[in-house]
Design a protein around this ligand. Structure first.
Ligand SMILES: [Mn+2]
Length: 300
């Protein structure tokens, strides 16, 4: 057991005095009225990138407060460890997200954390349970209608990251810049009472290469899952929510909370759908309600 990692302990998150002041000055997230709470069998979220300025932590905390589930899967890139080496960003909204997750775990929700590439620092702790949260390298989720879905972050399918980590980090820097512009646009729209809209998300959808990349990623994941003899997969990583069929394999991606603010939810009968939390969110309007984009009926 000499190679076993030391038990994981929560340590104080690194705050700066300025961040503490900013956090205290912000109003708390609008908490939806009790009647708007939604129950799901399962919620899958990923790519929240807590610790970065791009994380839509206030919306995420609001989503977690308003949506209950039996099982919550946190599918990687939840806390952005890469950011620790640059400028760590943490405020009261980021705190609320952690508190909502821990509250769910304490209240009996099964919470499973599958680390991704940005939070690979948690990978040595796979197999441990911390504060009621199971940390697993990956796992199989069985839906209410009996389908076996692989739950994994998905970075192992990304040839860029697998072959050249420096290329991924370079791309990450360029992306951080796009996200900063994104927040300026969001602030301007907020001043005019417009709903949140993502510049970087729009750009990515417009860029042909990105679309081709997404397609290749989705196919690679589906091929691997088919070879394992499973019915489908739920992953994240590429920040592009989708429910698609590939050659009899169900491919689900729960999106992200940096741009699109999406979650994948399963109801009591095993139906899966993508929940778009941001599109219905208008600043100063309360309570915000999620617009549900109905997925096509899936074979059982
Ligand atoms: Mn990732």
């Amino acid at each position: 057991m000499e190679n076993a990692p030391a038990p994981f302990r929560f340590t104080a998150f690194p705050f700066t005095a300025a961040e503490r002041f900013q956090a205290a000055a912000r109003p708390p997230a609008a908490r939806p009225a009790t009647g708007t709470y939604r129950r799901h069998r399962t919620i899958f979220i990923s790519d929240t990138h807590l610790g970065t300025a791009g994380c839509k932590a206030a919306l995420l905390a609001q989503f977690l407060a308003a949506n209950h589930c039996d099982t919550l899967y946190l599918i990687g890139d939840i806390i952005d460890g890469w950011q620790l080496r640059r400028r760590w960003h943490w405020n009261a909204a980021h705190d609320r997200v952690v508190r909502e997750i821990l509250t769910k775990a304490a209240a009996g929700t099964r919470v499973v954390f599958v680390p991704g590439n940005h939070d690979e620092l948690f990978r040595p702790y796979c197999g441990q349970t911390v504060q009621g949260i199971e940390i697993l390298a990956d796992c199989v989720h069985r839906t209410a209608n009996g389908r076996a879905l692989l739950v994994t972050h998905g970075d192992q399918f990304d040839s860029v990251i697998a072959c050249a980590p420096w290329l991924a980090h370079l791309g990450d820097h360029a992306y951080t810049l796009a996200l900063r512009l994104n927040d300026a646009v969001a602030r301007a729209r907020g001043l005019f009472g417009l709903s949140y809209w993502s510049l970087s998300l729009w750009l990515k959808h417009k860029i042909k290469n990105a679309v081709q990349y997404i397609g290749r990623f989705e196919e690679a994941v589906a091929r691997d899952v088919k070879a394992r003899g499973l019915d489908g997969v739920v992953c994240g990583h590429i920040h592009h929510a989708a429910i698609r069929q590939f050659d009899g394999i169900l491919y689900c991606n729960d999106g992200d909370w940096v741009e699109s603010c999406t979650a994948l939810v399963e109801d009591a009968r095993g139906n899966l759908e993508i929940l778009h939390w941001a599109s219905a969110f208008v600043p100063r309007a309360a309570p915000a309600r999620a617009r549900i984009r109905k997925a096509a009926p899936l074979p059982a």
